[in-house]
Ligand binder design. Sequence first.
Ligand code: HEC
Ligand code: HEC
Ligand code: HEC
Ligand code: HEC
Ligand code: HEC
Ligand code: HEC
Ligand code: HEC
Ligand code: HEC
Ligand code: HEC
Ligand code: HEC
Ligand code: HEC
Length: 294
Amino acid sequence: MGSLIAKTTNRQNKTFLFSLITICLLLLFTEDSFAEFDHDQTGYLLSGNHSRIRCETCHRHGIFKGTSKKCEGCHGQGTLIAITKKPVNHIESSEQCDDCHTEVSWLGARMDHLSITGSCVTCHDGIRSTGKNPNHIQSHNRCDECHRTIAWIPARFDHSGITASCVSCHNGTISTGKNANHLPTSDLCEDCHRTSGWIPAGFDHTGITSACINCHDGSRAAGKNAGHIQTSNICENCHRTSGWIPASVDHGEVIGTCVSCHNGTIAVGKGQNHVPSADTCDDCHSTTRWTPVL
Ligand code: HEC
Ligand code: HEC
Ligand code: HEC
Ligand code: HEC
Ligand code: HEC
Ligand code: HEC
Ligand code: HEC
Ligand code: HEC
Ligand code: HEC
Ligand code: HEC
Ligand code: HEC
């Protein structure tokens, strides 16, 4: 017990002495000489603009020990020491000033988004800090649905967990919709599109029982183009849903003479070394194969 008292008294004495010396320093030295005091020795570095502040501004009433070392201890709202406080219109943030500020200046704050509490748009409204520019995609979504805090670009939208129909967002107002040249269709976007990208557009034919022509009329979906082989046959006789090419021709269903198609343009024609003949092809050929001849 005795030794503890002795220790305490000893420490108090030391502090008292140190304080006394310092006060003497304060009294004796001119303002210029304040810089002479090596504050680093106290274990608290006076960096930035702090090195130019008069001792008593921080050490009110000549009290040195126990002076707050935390920024917010002096610059927080309601403290007695520092003049500059966190302004009331300050961006919503935690009290850890040094997450974003240094002692050099309050301006040009380094933005540590971990210390923020507000939603992105409370700051990123184009006034308090960077907001959406006028060309920004139309969207009512929250910024952080598409942006991370590290950088604005690249932006991404995470569709996982989205259960709403595509068109509830992709209507050209909230986000990208069909452009003017889009093939005319009243089908659901999800029938043809996946979220990974608009192109390629695919169409899931599974479960489709209606005739191809119901959709493949060149309007609702791709139809026969102008150079298509002459046929009034139904599409399904020659095409499968996996791709238009290769087409397998069912000759039982085609219309027109053999040569109307087999002219070397629409379909294979006579080769250069073909036996000279003016007869119709089917005089010598069947529709199953060219060789051997009938
Ligand atoms: C920006 C504020 C600030 C200014 C200006 C400042 N100090 Fe300090 N000082 C501190 C802080 C903070 C401590 C650490 C207090 C602690 O550790 O308990 C400290 C510690 C000290 C201590 C040691 C206290 C102890 O017993 O551990 C002394 C002595 C001291 N300062 C003297 C000075 C003198 C002399 C000046 C002017 C030349 C000065 N200080 C200017 C903030 C300041
Ligand atoms: C012991 C009290 C104290 C502590 C702790 C303290 N400051 Fe200061 N600081 C002051 C005083 C006093 C001033 C000068 C008066 C003023 O500008 O408020 C000042 C000034 C400043 C200035 C200069 C403002 C200007 O425009 O010149 C900045 C920047 C600053 N402090 C940032 C910080 C940061 C960041 C921290 C934490 C790392 C911090 N301060 C910790 C007391 C303190
Ligand atoms: C999450 C980051 C962050 C935190 C934490 C933070 N600030 Fe700020 N502070 C800013 C930003 C950003 C600005 C605006 C800087 C600019 O305009 O260059 C600012 C501006 C200021 C300004 C006004 C500068 C001026 O003259 O307009 C003061 C004063 C200030 N902060 C003090 C504080 C204090 C005190 C604390 C701690 C209690 C604190 N800040 C905590 C980010 C932060
Ligand atoms: C408390 C205010 C505040 C909030 C809330 C906030 N930010 Fe920031 N953010 C800033 C400030 C200040 C800057 C730096 C100045 C600027 O770029 O406007 C910044 C910078 C950025 C930058 C640019 C980074 C760089 O280095 O280019 C991005 C990206 C960003 N914020 C995204 C976000 C996102 C996403 C959210 C929501 C999760 C968000 N911010 C929330 C204040 C905030
Ligand atoms: C639906 C997704 C989405 C939402 C929500 C969104 N953005 Fe964006 N943002 C984008 C896309 C996409 C870009 C363009 C990125 C590119 O050019 O690679 C972009 C670009 C930006 C840029 C421009 C970057 C540059 O330097 O050109 C800023 C700034 C920006 N957004 C801010 C915001 C803010 C602030 C919010 C919230 C108020 C927000 N965004 C909400 C998708 C979104
Ligand atoms: C909650 C709103 C929402 C819903 C629902 C939604 N999206 Fe999106 N989607 C977005 C936003 C926002 C973007 C990013 C901005 C933009 O490209 O319009 C986006 C982007 C896309 C992109 C572009 C991706 C890229 O990297 O280029 C595709 C493709 C897409 N969505 C398809 C779909 C499909 C398909 C569905 C339905 C299964 C769907 N989305 C449902 C909001 C939504
Ligand atoms: C019947 C199938 C079908 C439906 C339904 C459909 N699309 Fe498409 N979409 C396509 C095809 C095919 C393309 C062209 C793809 C290509 O060029 O390879 C396309 C292209 C697009 C593109 C343009 C991609 C680009 O950059 O050129 C967008 C955007 C788009 N569709 C959005 C939508 C939206 C939004 C919906 C729902 C409201 C929708 N589509 C419904 C088939 C469809
Ligand atoms: C309910 C409407 C519908 C019906 C019925 C339908 N399709 Fe499609 N099909 C589409 C749409 C939409 C696309 C994608 C847009 C486009 O290519 O025009 C498509 C695409 C295709 C493609 C292109 C696939 C690709 O990956 O390039 C082929 C081939 C196809 N259909 C064949 C058929 C055949 C054969 C039938 C009949 C057995 C058929 N479709 C029935 C709507 C339909
Ligand atoms: C008698 C057989 C036959 C019938 C019936 C038929 N097609 Fe074709 N189609 C073909 C052949 C052969 C090609 C050319 C394939 C090639 O170039 O290898 C073709 C090509 C196409 C192509 C072009 C593929 C491309 O990218 O060049 C489309 C689209 C197409 N057909 C759609 C249809 C549609 C829609 C129907 C029904 C309305 C239909 N076809 C009926 C045989 C047929
Ligand atoms: C409506 C157009 C059309 C008509 C009419 C037509 N064909 Fe074809 N035929 C094709 C197409 C398309 C193919 C397959 C693509 C090709 O070989 O260029 C084909 C393929 C063939 C083949 C090759 C079969 C194989 O599997 O190798 C023979 C042989 C053939 N036709 C004979 C005939 C004969 C004989 C006639 C007249 C009785 C005839 N075709 C009428 C379009 C037609
Ligand atoms: C007088 C009989 C005759 C007539 C008419 C005829 N061909 Fe041939 N064609 C032949 C003979 C013979 C061969 C050679 C068979 C062999 O090599 O076994 C042949 C071979 C072919 C071959 C195969 C060539 C090759 O090198 O593989 C094609 C394709 C062909 N004929 C198309 C036609 C078309 C198209 C017509 C009608 C415009 C036609 N032929 C009319 C007798 C005829």
